[in-house]
Design a protein around this ligand. Structure first.
Ligand code: ADP
Ligand code: MG
Length: 461
């Protein structure tokens, strides 16, 4: 229960490492047990075979009566017990000092005798004598005597110990290797998650400008892409809210401004007109009519301000976009050639008529061409294109000017965003507002130091 409650709280890296370690430990432990068992059984078989042959030889050659010769020949000890379990002879001198009852117990003679009566092959058991382990092989001789061959087993025990030690050392290295490899694998999988978590914290801290790099195309990569998309949408919606707020502020400011300026301005105009009618001096008349011209100019500027802030109703008529482009060019050609800008036109031969507010689209085109002109202070090439796509009629304004970096490109439609010392930053936001009012789209494509292409798409209605 407690394991289950700890498991979900473990780091993913640990969750990956742990099963590997568990698997490795079980495998190593299993291998150790198998190796020892296998060696044990192999040794036992070999021992039985060998000992049987020795005993046959000992019996055949009558060495059985000469334990010391047997000891010399086979490096093993011999103990002979009489029918009454007393010690009849031995190559181990230290046994002579022991009480016969103790010997009976050490060699387990009672059970050995019982077994020897039941079977006609030797009995084998393990005994320990003054710190040495022996395998004891018993055979029955005449007069109920027991002949016991003691083979020292210390070297076998030593080999077993060494095997365990070696396996333990290899297992420790293996364990370290598994820990390293599995934690590297874990790191490999969790690194992009860690990066995504850091990026999430950055976004939740309010920084929506960044993007989390996608290094892979697996599930984590897909998650990162989805998160980037979500951040982008969040950024755009935050920007459009901000833009709407700015436009509302302009609206409020310009309404107040118009209210304060327009009324005194119309009084001034009315009074100027009345005075003009009453005055006969032509030079004063000329000055008065100049004043009237300037007043009208101010009224147009104030009206323009109002338009910028508050989208007026569109006055739609069926119009040819080529016609608008040509009209705007006529107006601006002199100015453009004054700035050493060459004009290239690539207009579609025939464009469908579309329902648009011609004045508003003209205003958009003027803004775009003005921006292009300002982006080419040393002159350049202005390329105007029109074409028809499936659902839209398009116009493109391309220049060979300064271009923009991606950061500037992301902000050009923000009201009041400008990079020019004398700019206001309302040109493109007005263009976007007007094009979107027509249910169209405006897009920008720019390469720094090479130029900019701004495309407007108007629905083919
Ligand atoms: N054709 C263009 N080439 C390079 N930069 C441009 C271009 N058009 C617009 N921009 C950038 O977009 C900004 C905003 O343009 P705009 O809204 O028209 O305001 P303004 O012209 O008053 O600066 C400009 O300051 C400029 O940095
Ligand atoms: Mg501008």
């Amino acid at each position: 229960m407690s394991r289950l409650s700890i498991w979900p709280n473990l780091q993913i890296r640990t969750k990956i490492t742990l099963p590997f370690l568990l698997l490795f430990s079980v495998t190593i432990f299993g291998m150790l047990v198998l190796t020892i068992t296998f060696f044990g059984s192999q040794y036992d078989q070999q021992f039985s075979r060998e000992t049987k042959q020795w005993i046959e030889t000992i019996q055949r050659t009558q060495y059985i009566e000469e334990p010391n010769k047997v000891k010399q020949a086979y490096q093993c000890e011999v103990v002979v017990f009489g029918g009454d379990n007393t010690l009849n002879g031995t190559t181990l001198i230290e046994l002579a000092d022991l009480d016969w009852l103790d010997l009976k117990l050490i060699f387990n003679l009672q059970s050995v005798r019982q077994q020897l009566q039941k079977q006609n092959h030797p009995v084998i058991n393990n005994i320990r004598l003054s710190g040495t382990i022996y395998k004891a092989v018993y055979i029955q001789q005449s007069l109920n005597r027991i002949y016991c061959l003691l083979r020292p087993m210390n070297h076998v025990e030593e080999a077993k110990k060494q095997t365990v030690q070696m396996t333990f050392i290899i297992a420790s290295f293996g364990f370290l290797l598994v820990v390293t490899i599995s934690s590297l694998i874990g790191k490999h999988f969790t690194r992009p998650i860690d990066r995504l978590v850091a990026f999430t914290k950055q976004v939740s801290g309010g920084d929506l400008e960044g993007q989390c790099e996608v290094f892979r195309h697996d599930e984590v990569g897909e998650l990162t892409k989805a998160f980037n998309l979500m951040t982008k949408e969040l950024r755009e919606s935050r920007r459009s809210i901000l833009n709407a707020e700015k436009l509302t502020t302009i609206h409020q400011m310009s309404t107040a401004f118009a209210h304060e300026v327009r009324n005194p301005l119309s009084s001034i105009r009315m009074l100027t007109q009345i005075t003009l009618e009453k005055i006969s001096d032509t030079s004063v008349q000329q000055s008065m009519s100049k004043i009237l011209d300037e007043i009208e100019r101010i009224e147009v500027i104030v009206g323009g301000w109002m338009d910028l802030a508050r989208p007026t109703k569109l006055d739609r008529t069926m119009t040819d976009l080529n016609l608008i482009v040509n009209d705007v060019l006529k107006l601006m050609t002199a100015n453009l050639s004054h700035h050493h800008i060459k004009i290239e036109k690539d207009l579609a031969i025939e464009l469908p008529m579309i329902s648009i507010d011609a004045d508003k689209i003209k205003q958009v085109m003027i803004n775009l061409i003005l921006n292009a002109m300002q982006a080419m202070p040393k002159g350049g090439k202005l390329h105007l294109t029109t074409c028809e796509s499936e659902k839209f009629v398009e116009a493109k304004v391309s220049d060979t000017g300064l271009g923009m970096n991606s950061k500037t490109m992301g902000r050009i439609f923000d009201p009041f965003f400008t990079t020019k010392s004398s700019g206001i930053g309302l040109g493109l936001s007005t263009c976007q507002q007007l094009v979107e009012q027509h249910l169209g789209q405006i897009t920008v494509d720019s390469v720094i130091e090479q130029g900019t292409i701004i495309t407007i798409k108007l629905p083919n209605l």
